[in-house]
Design a protein around this ligand. Sequence first.
Ligand SMILES: C[S@@+](CC[C@H](N)C(=O)[O-])C[C@H]1O[C@@H](n2cnc3c(N)ncnc32)[C@H](O)[C@@H]1O
Length: 267
Amino acid sequence: MLAALKKYLLIPRLIKLSSAAPKDPRTAWDKYWGDVRTTGATGDVLWDSGSSHELEGYLPTLAQLDPSLPVVDVGCGHGSYTRLLSKHFPHALGLDYAANAVDRARRESTDFPATSYAVCDMTAPDAARIVADALAEAGTGGDANVFIRGVLHVLDPKGRAALAANLLPVVGKRGSVFLAETNFRGTPVDYVTHLGATRHSIPAPLEWAIRGLPMPGRFGAAQRAKAFPAPDWTVVEDGSANIETRPLSNPSSPDVIPGYYAVLRPR
Ligand SMILES: C[S@@+](CC[C@H](N)C(=O)[O-])C[C@H]1O[C@@H](n2cnc3c(N)ncnc32)[C@H](O)[C@@H]1O
């Protein structure tokens, strides 16, 4: 009881920290990526464990995607998953609406020839054309697979539905969508407490995110059903996932946020 009350004493600190974050999400993300100094297991980015462990857990599921098609990493951030995916598909195209994320992803991918990047708002009406042009430029046009990690839970319901609709022409007849999202059941205070925040201290990558970014929501089966309507999409497989963060509580292993994954195909 006392512990629960103490947890809520965090609220004024959270309100103060988050009050300076830009109100427009795209501006907030671009500033965030422009301010990031280092990435990986000791870096600034909360959702970057610096390891391939989480992706390796997805590989048996990803084996259901057509391996002859390129993969589009939607909301790629600094490209950590784009680079990992490029080892399993002929080409990996990373897309993000934050130009600073794309700049950083390009800089970190110079040793990964099967990657390319483009700036694209995946909720915008011209998104499918931008994806098609970027795939053609990479010499790999036509249908593509789609990988999404940690993007839908930061969008509002309208943005999720627009993004999902834009994926239909990208996947065409042969491609599939794989998504993995955080699905934390609890209040924002529970969420930051889960990641180690107390009244006295907040892990630096978490504080960095609270200061700069909109508070994330959750994305599970109910949210997926609304964003990817049954007349358009078949759920091939879904279930719970572990979203790994940068090590916070123990320097040698990532912290974990409960998540949700799904594989979808167009009808
Ligand atoms: C939590 S980060 C995840 C980054 C990456 N997928 C990963 O797992 O490392 C969310 C990313 O989605 C991007 N994003 C958010 N809304 C977007 C949109 N409408 N179109 C494209 N990218 C978007 C943000 O700029 C940010 O880089």
